[in-house]
Ligand binder design. Structure first.
Ligand code: FRU
Length: 487
């Protein structure tokens, strides 16, 4: 067994020793990918290989805090049921001693390649004393990965107004006969940007250009870029660090969103429109997409936020992924839709039609802490109405529609343990109707509004007994349809 595999084995033993405690936690997600134990952040290497979906993740297998990064691994035949696979990458080479940071996956000649950032600390200050390079690992079975002898394949940031050390998170793709990758970067005076590279073989990389760069309030660093075509447009997704709040927007520590435009492969530059966030809630970062065999563009993100309090750490784990969301481009804007495969998990269906609500009501059988809920609400003359999720003794996570403000509010101030706060997103009713599809799991809620036009995601930490769902309104409303499934 080589040193890499030894490190993986040791890490697996550490995870195994904590596994039981974590599975006993009532906050452990039932159907969202979450680590069997210890720390998780960004999704990595989201791909389809030999008939299965693969989802890797930033993982610290020795602590519930971030630390030297390994790659954890899940796989799935259907995007609805995830199975744990052995850890894929461990740090330890000269070029990745400080961690195998984020990256992506691609199939080449029947093998699965992971392209990732090797991180090295050069001193005590994690903001300044770091050196980042890009590296590859390869597998013939999608399970056991070996790092390439040619590593690092990109050993330094390019010249120019490009920060020499903050240079990470390669997302690789193939177009015609060439490989491309985008990398997260910043200028020397800390303006976020994305670098574009090209290669014939993924070993020798040529820097093409700064594909896009922030202007104005657009952050000091862009992490985890992803670039792909959708309906003839180029979408560049990225996670800008340090954008300042503006109105309802950018209230999380860091943001995750996209711009739409056209990439000119000759010049290596992207002309694009305005930045849009991909989720209006609290916990959504470092999204990554993959093109599935049926041509869908599917996104998964880390369902947490840096520096946020995570009460699940006391239970031996930290972090979870969002459900897979299909991205669709309509009128220049991305919509996120839960993948229909999640329907395979549905059981215990409850259905109501045409229920009038005034004040506050619950419906028999409409409750739960690992459920999907679909509702269509006719607002009638109500000014304020909504739902209370994970409701219990003095606990609730509130979704409130404010007709005058044409906005929906997600309020987790009374959700339970963990951080509180309120997020607001502008939302128009359609024919005076609000349509919601909500995914509740043991410590999360994801709200898809009007067919995925807006999404709001939050981690919440209620008591186990807080499983109520209530409807409320200041004036009579009508629940046109309410559907619930346990997942
Ligand atoms: C984003 C990020 C990446 C980095 C990784 C380290 O959340 O900071 O830029 O590669 O996490 O775990």
């Amino acid at each position: 067994m080589n040193t890499h595999q030894k490190k993986i084995k040791e890490a697996a033993e550490s995870v195994n020793a904590m596994r039981e405690k974590v599975s006993g936690s009532h906050w452990k997600p039932a159907y969202h990918p979450a680590p069997p134990a210890y720390w998780m952040n960004d999704p990595n290497g989201f791909s389809y290989y030999k008939g299965e979906y693969h989802l890797f993740y930033q993982h610290h297998p020795y602590s519930t805090e971030w630390g030297p990064m390994y790659w954890g691994h899940f796989k799935s035949s259907d995007l609805a049921n995830w199975e744990e696979a052995p850890l894929a990458l461990a740090p330890g080479e000269d070029y990745d001693q400080g961690g195998c940071f984020s990256g992506s996956a691609i199939e080449k000649e029947g093998k699965l390649y992971l392209m990732y950032t090797g991180n090295r600390w050069t001193g005590p200050d994690h903001d300044k004393d770091l050196y980042q390079v890009q590296a590859l690992a390869v597998s013939e079975d999608g399970i056991t990965f070996e790092k390439l002898a040619e590593n690092p394949v990109i050993d330094a940031a390019p010249e120019g107004d490009i920060h020499p050390y903050h240079f990470r998170d390669p997302k690789v793709w193939k177009k015609d006969d060439l490989y491309y990758c985008v990398l997260g970067s910043r200028t020397k005076d800390h303006v976020g940007q994305v670098l574009l590279y090209q290669s014939k073989d993924m070993i020798q990389w040529e820097f093409l250009n700064v594909a896009a760069k922030g202007e104005g309030n657009f952050g000091y660093m862009w992490e985890c870029p992803d670039l792909f075509e959708l309906n003839g447009q180029t979408i560049l997704m990225m996670s800008p660090q340090g954008m300042k709040p503006e109105g309802n927007r950018y209230h999380n520590l860091h943001q995750a969103g996209y711009v739409a435009g056209q990439l000119d492969y000759e010049t290596g530059t992207l002309s694009h429109g305005e930045f849009e966030v991909l989720d209006h809630g609290f916990d959504f970062y470092a999204p990554q997409t993959m093109l599935d065999p049926s041509g869908r563009r599917i996104m998964i993100a880390w369902m947490n936020m840096w520096e946020s309090h995570m009460p699940e750490q006391e239970e031996g784990f930290a972090g979870a992924m969002t459900i897979p969301r299909e991205l669709v481009l309509e009128n220049g804007k991305l919509k996120s839709k839960p993948v229909p495969e999640l329907g395979k998990r549905r059981h215990n269906h409850k259905y109501y039609q045409n229920v009038k609500v005034e004040g506050e009501t619950s419906l028999t059988g409409i409750e739960g802490s690992a459920v999907e809920l679909k509702v269509a609400i006719d607002a009638k003359d109500a000014g304020q109405f909504g739902l209370k999720l994970r409701a219990g003794h003095k606990q609730e996570t509130e979704l409130l529609y404010l007709k005058e403000e044409r906005s929906i509010v997600l309020d987790r101030s009374l959700a339970g343990e963990g951080p509180g706060g309120v997020r607001k997103a502008e939302t128009e009713l359609q024919d005076n109707v609000l349509k919601l599809q909500i995914f509740i799991d043991h410590s999360s809620v994801e709200v898809f509004i009007n067919g995925g036009e807006k999404v709001m995601t939050a981690r919440i930490y209620p008591d186990q007994s807080s499983s109520g769902i209530r409807f409320f309104s200041d004036k009579p409303i009508e629940l046109l349809e309410v559907e619930k499934w346990d997942l």
